[in-house]
Design a protein around this ligand. Structure first.
Ligand code: ADP
Ligand code: TRP
Length: 332
């Protein structure tokens, strides 16, 4: 039997370059070889209380992006998390066996609690439990995600093993984070804020359907340091970020040229940015066209979501029948 792949992205806006290289690019490859489930994590996005209109818009956009960029409903199962309410039932069961102390220690929770002290809701605290439910619902073993999700995957393994131990069974396999390169990826943002992230503000992210003029402006305004450093000096983190972004879209020769300039202490950041903006536009332009075309195709998107929901629910219902049985609930 083919191994099961599960992953999702929260619909909190539109996909950016970090989502693409950290997660989505691997979806495209994995769908060819495995039994893959790719969903839109719309339950997860409720931790930030979007309006119904914003939620609807973001879900539609991410679905359009999934399809436009090459996920194929015939090769994998594409669905909205909220179309599979079995997810919520498994989340409830797993919550009974998840402990406050371990949830409070999760880095992403601590970070959110620090940055949004007025909205530390229980959904934020139990975010890793819902994520484990997403994965275990399909008994997934391979989970393509970026580096920032490593700790959440560790929690999913903990919950899977704990369930097995409690009920003395071998029901859930251990899910592993995967990337097709050897290691999990972290794409930096343009504002030197750590990883590229929607929550770091508009100027940080490069969106996959960014208009050419906006893209150029964002890159030309990216944070650098005050100047070419002395010959041989190490790069500042902001400048390293620009090189890391270049590594995603530029040719080896281009990168080498700027590496040499940097080593000689002769680099001009304006030139580096101009080149990066140019190469980024070459990369983004075809994605932008495909996404914008797909956004206009509402009927097709609805059909794809309905088709995926049915496939995902079928598998989810099987799991939940078995889980209920294991726990001691009857199935009538
Ligand atoms: P954001 O942080 O912008 O809200 P999400 O948390 O929705 O992004 O991320 C969805 C997927 O994209 C996850 O698999 C995550 O690991 C990956 N991802 C997000 N940002 C990055 C990044 N900067 N580098 C690598 N992967 C990323
Ligand atoms: N937590 C992931 C993120 O923020 C999104 C996600 C939710 C996910 N459920 C998942 C990823 C299950 C992989 C598997 O990026």
């Amino acid at each position: 039997m083919k191994e099961i792949v599960v992953s999702g992205i929260r619909p909190t806006g539109k996909l950016h370059l970090g989502n693409y290289f950290g997660a989505f690019k691997n979806f495209l490859i994995l769908q060819e070889q495995f039994n893959s489930y790719f969903f839109i994590a719309d339950y997860h996005s409720l931790t930030t209380h979007p309006t119904p209109e914003d939620l609807k818009g973001s879900v539609k956009r991410v679905l359009a992006e999934y399809i436009a960029l090459g996920l194929d409903p015939e090769k994998c199962t594409i669905y909205l998390q909220s179309d599979v309410p079995e997810t919520a039932e498994l989340y409830l069961f797993l919550n009974m066996n998840a402990y406050l102390g371990e949830l409070e220690r999760v880095t992403s929770f601590k970070e959110k609690a620090r940055t949004q002290p007025n909205n530390i809701n229980a959904g934020l605290l139990t975010y890793p439990v819902l994520m484990a439910a997403d994965i275990l619902l399909h008994r997934g073993v391979k989970v393509p995600v970026g580096k920032d999700q490593e700790q959440h995957l560790e929690m999913s393994r903990t919950f899977a093993n704990r369930f097995n131990r409690l009920y003395n069974c071998e029901y859930f396999p251990e899910p592993q984070a995967v990337s097709l390169g050897e290691s999990l990826i972290r794409v930096p943002g343009l504002t030197d804020s750590g990883k590229m992230s929607k929550s770091a503000g508009e100027a940080d992210s490069i969106y996959l359907n960014e208009e050419a003029s906006v893209l150029n402006k964002k890159i030309m305004r990216a944070v650098t340091d005050s100047g070419p450093q002395e010959a041989g000096a190490p790069k500042s983190s902001a400048v390293q970020n620009l090189f890391d972004l270049m590594a995603l879209v530029s040719t080896q020769e281009t990168i080498q040229f700027f590496e040499d300039q940097h080593i000689q202490g002769a680099i001009r950041y304006g030139d580096l940015k101009k080149q990066l903006a140019n190469d980024m536009e070459v990369f983004i332009a075809p994605l932008r066209d495909k996404i914008n075309t797909m956004l206009g195709n509402e009927k097709l998107l609805n059909e794809i979501a309905a088709f995926g929901a049915e496939k995902a629910r079928k598998n989810a219902q099987k799991t939940m029948r078995e889980v209920r049985e294991i726990i001691g609930f009857g199935n009538r």
